[in-house]
Design a binder for this molecule. Structure first.
Ligand code: BGC
Length: 454
């Protein structure tokens, strides 16, 4: 089998993977401690666009951290003022409390330089923390484990809201952390606010994951108090679908995926995410190209590949997007990309550039088809319960935003899995700023639900 054949996900596989995801979803709704955590978020409702107020949000989940002040004007619109703060490798892998002190310090910096809030006033904050957390209330939860290259020490099992609040208190910063939000939940809330209702919020960025609104009766592992019908009959569930099929029962894992996984800081975890998200797509391509070079099928004019090809995560997924600006058969952008990776022009044959572009396309298409399986797993029951009306989905993240034809490939695969009628009803919207606005909406929801300050 050549490499292209190994990267193809046929229609049959789409159904198998979708079924496996649904099986893991229902297992996760029934039991605690499952791989696909199906985390109850204690968010009992979605915004309808009439919400008002000013809230702070802190967003940690990828390369940067953001502090935002969000003003919701109650007519589906908002304004946002924000500042990015760099998260260094040392912070990602050092002591957990160091990372959280830095976050508190950044909030302090934002308040003194950018915030419109009055002196002496305490400010409510929604905390978007985009990692799996075992949530016990809308404003508390213990870290299950880091993903996406984060590996701060002594973190697992710690309550992330309590830790952040302690750090804020120690630094005398007048902020109350009132809500803990996953970025998918934030995206769902933000998209619901902006479009007057939504069904799913999902991220296809550095990592991947999705959240949706589930009937309380289906979340069997919840204790009776949490099922309190006064609060509403539904709750947002954060699926953590990135952790699907760690047993590799249905995912067609290639030898290059296998190397990416075993060299990662969390082998045999996040198996689904490692085939889909921006942190890994470039790395899969790099491992494949190194292999093809050894077999003299790629850049065979040069005996040694430039450093980027020999460095873990040395090939950024953004370069695949750049290469795919070339349409089929063209190679202008791809040659520039190869130049940026340190390959000298005389070593690049037309064939090499085409191989780079084609492999990027196949790895991206495969990721989009897997992504569709996860979306279809959630949409399917919705589509059959309500046979009419739009199914609004809010998506965010660098892959969905920048990877050429990713959304179209998702749609094509949804069409295969769900059929043409259902696919036509799916309205996909880019929920940019989802995490920031969503955290503000979640802070508002927490206050509405009467959550006590810590
Ligand atoms: C995390 C999720 C998050 C997703 C997207 C995954 O690695 O486990 O909590 O929502 O990335 O950021």
């Amino acid at each position: 089998m050549n490499f292209s054949e190994k990267l193809i996900v046929d229609d049959n596989a789409l159904f198998k993977i979708k079924n496996e995801i649904q099986a893991e979803f229902s297992h996760g709704l029934n039991y605690h401690g499952t791989d696909v955590s199906m985390i109850p978020t204690f968010v009992y409702g979605l915004p309808d666009g009439t919400e008002c107020g000013t809230y702070l949000s802190l967003d940690l989940g990828g390369t940067n951290m953001r502090v935002c002040e969000v003003n919701l004007s109650g007519d589906r619109n908002f304004s946002i003022s924000q500042e990015k703060y760099k998260i260094t490798e040392d912070l990602k892998t050092g002591e957990f409390t160091e990372l959280f002190s830095y976050m508190a310090k950044s909030i302090g910096h934002f308040i003194s330089t950018k915030s419109q809030s009055k002196q002496g006033q305490r400010i409510p904050l929604g905390f978007t923390f985009s990692f799996p957390v075992d949530q016990s209330a809308i404003n508390s939860g213990k870290l299950i484990g880091f993903t996406k290259g984060f590996n701060a020490k002594n973190a697992v099992g710690k309550d992330v809201v309590e830790t952040l609040q302690d750090c804020l208190n120690k630094q005398n910063i007048p902020v109350d952390v009132v809500a803990l939000v996953n970025d998918t939940v934030g995206t769902l809330l933000a998209h619901s606010y902006q479009s007057g209702g939504a069904k799913i919020g999902a991220i296809f960025g550095t990592g991947t994951n999705g959240a949706y609104l589930e009937d309380l009766t289906e979340i069997k592992k919840l204790d009776d108090e949490a099922k309190n019908p006064k609060a509403g009959s539904k709750m947002v569930v954060n699926t953590e679908w990135g952790n699907v099929d760690n047993a590799r029962s249905v995912l067609p894992i290639t030898e290059w995926d296998d190397i990416v996984d075993s060299a990662s800081i969390n082998p045999r975890r996040q198996s689904f995410e490692k085939l889909i998200s921006g942190m890994y797509l470039g790395e899969i391509l790099r491992r494949l190209l190194v292999d093809l070079h050894a077999k003299q099928e790629f850049l065979s004019n040069t005996s040694t590949l430039p450093e980027a090809f020999n460095t873990q995560y040395g090939l950024d997924t953004a370069l695949m997007s750049d290469s795919l600006r070339d349409s089929d058969g063209e190679t202008t952008h791809t040659k520039q990309v190869l130049g940026a990776l340190g390959v000298s022009a005389e070593n690049v044959r037309e064939l090499d550039a085409q191989l780079f572009r084609d492999a990027s396309q196949l790895i991206g298409l495969r990721a989009a088809r897997f992504s569709a399986c996860a979306l279809a797993a959630v949409i399917e029951s919705e589509a059959s319960e309500n046979a009419a009306g739009d199914i609004n989905i809010g998506l965010d993240g660098s892959v969905i935003e920048f990877f050429p034809r990713f959304e179209q490939s998702i749609r094509d695969a949804l069409n295969v899995i769900l059929g043409n009628q259902a696919e036509k009803r799916i309205k996909i919207g880019l929920a940019k700023d989802g995490s920031g606005v969503g955290a503000a909406l979640c802070a508002l929801q927490a206050i509405k639900q009467g959550v006590a300050k810590k």
